[in-house]
Design a protein around this ligand. Structure first.
Ligand code: NPQ
Ligand code: MG
Length: 366
């Protein structure tokens, strides 16, 4: 496949409500979209980097810069998506930028071949059960109202964002209000230290599916120590940036579950490798989310349909985050999203919506 050119497009997507985590409050997403154009087809990749480097070291402006200055010049003239990872390997890090570019190449290649993401990746289901991530709120009554709304919409699993000062009480309140059958988990986004183990052990009383990323990103050894002191399974998110990190975490006993976010680990091919590795080692995986539009969501839903994804993901419906999505909205049916079956991502940006949210566009001839 030969790439003629690439568009870097920036869109501004206001969130339906502020989303507060232990690293900050987001009210709007500033998203970089990569459009790869070939003679036969074009493909889209959504970069999951945030405007500021708060979740990871990457950020939107930096991702655009590394794509235009280093990644595009490193791509071979004639390429297959399987060559992209190796071609980009000399450039260190910048996995979210690499993932966006590789995904756009993959989408173009699959659209040209008439094959869907799900089929290419090895999906074993036509729909996936969906969970929702619920931000930190100002009060427990406000949290209970939010959770009730999501339960009523059909979400099959609730994830509560936690931080020191917002952990045991909100979890207890949700468990008491919605009962023992609710699938419930928490995500700390690295807000705790190993010295908080006694506090985190109090969460053991609430029968959580998992606690996600309690400690710092680079602390696999401390996560292994924490795992010895908790009954609640530890799931890693930020710590796992590659299949090698996943292998190290498994060997050390740092986690028993992995959150797979293709952006964080450099793309869907690496995501499939981590899926395969975890499956072979009896480690459950689930698909994380980064407040994607319908473009990123389509690919995530396809990935979440692989057989090793045995826990519901943060693959929420479009309206969880956006009043108007850039594609046809993803809508929950009976707590599930359907895996798109059309070529490539199986969804298209709606031109009028895309133009309305676009803040900048740059065409690069390759
Ligand atoms: C997580 N996602 O699992 C992330 C964190 C996160 C759905 O909880 C803008 C862009 C805001 C990316 C807020 C969910 C974000 C973001 C939170 C990612 O850790
Ligand atoms: Mg997380």
């Amino acid at each position: 496949m030969k790439i003629t050119g690439v568009e870097l497009r920036r869109i501004a997507m206001p969130l339906v409500a502020p989303f507060r985590t232990s690293f900050g409050t987001e009210t709007s997403r500033d998203i970089l979209l990569v459009r790869v154009v070939t003679p036969d087809a074009e493909g889209w990749g959504e970069c999951v980097a945030m405007a500021e480097p708060l979740y990871s070291s990457e950020y939107t402006d930096g991702a655009a810069e590394v794509i235009r200055r280093f990644l595009l010049p490193a791509l071979p003239r004639n390429l297959d998506v399987h060559d992209v990872g190796r071609a980009l390997e000399p450039i260190k890090g910048h996995r979210m930028a690499k993932a966006a570019l590789e995904t756009a190449v993959l989408d173009a290649q699959l659209r040209a071949a008439g094959e869907s993401f799900g089929r290419f990746l090895g999906a074993s289901r036509t729909r996936v059960p969906c969970g929702v991530s619920v931000g930190i709120m100002d009060s427990i009554p406000q949290l209970l109202d939010a959770v009730e709304g999501y339960v009523d919409e059909g979400y099959v699993r609730i994830k509560l964002k936690i931080e020191p000062g917002w952990d045991v009480e909100p979890v207890r309140a949700v468990r008491e209000r919605f009962g023992d059958d609710l699938l419930l988990q928490v995500d700390a986004n690295a807000a705790y230290a190993l010295t908080d183990a006694p506090r985190l052990a109090r969460l053991d009383a609430f029968d959580l599916l998992l606690i996600e990323q309690p400690l710092a990103n680079d602390d696999l050894v401390q996560h292994a120590k924490l795992a010895q002191r908790l009954r609640t399974p530890i799931c890693l998110d930020e710590s796992i940036e590659s299949a090698e990190h996943a292998a190290a975490a498994i060997a050390l006993g740092s986690c028993s579950i992995v959150n797979i976010k293709p952006g964080r680990i450099g793309g869907y091919l690496e995501a499939r490798r981590i899926h395969d590795l975890c499956r072979a080692n009896g480690i459950a995986v689930w698909c994380g989310g980064m407040l994607e539009t319908g473009l990123g969501r389509a690919a995530n839903v396809a990935l979440a349909a692989l057989p090793g994804f045995t826990l519901p993901g943060d693959t929420s419906g479009s309206r969880r985050y956006y009043a108007t999505d850039v594609t046809e909205p993803f809508e929950l049916v009976d707590g599930h999203l359907e895996v798109p079956a059309g070529p490539g991502l199986g969804v298209e940006p709606i031109p009028a919506v895309l133009d309305e949210v676009t803040t900048a566009s740059e065409w690069i001839t390759v």
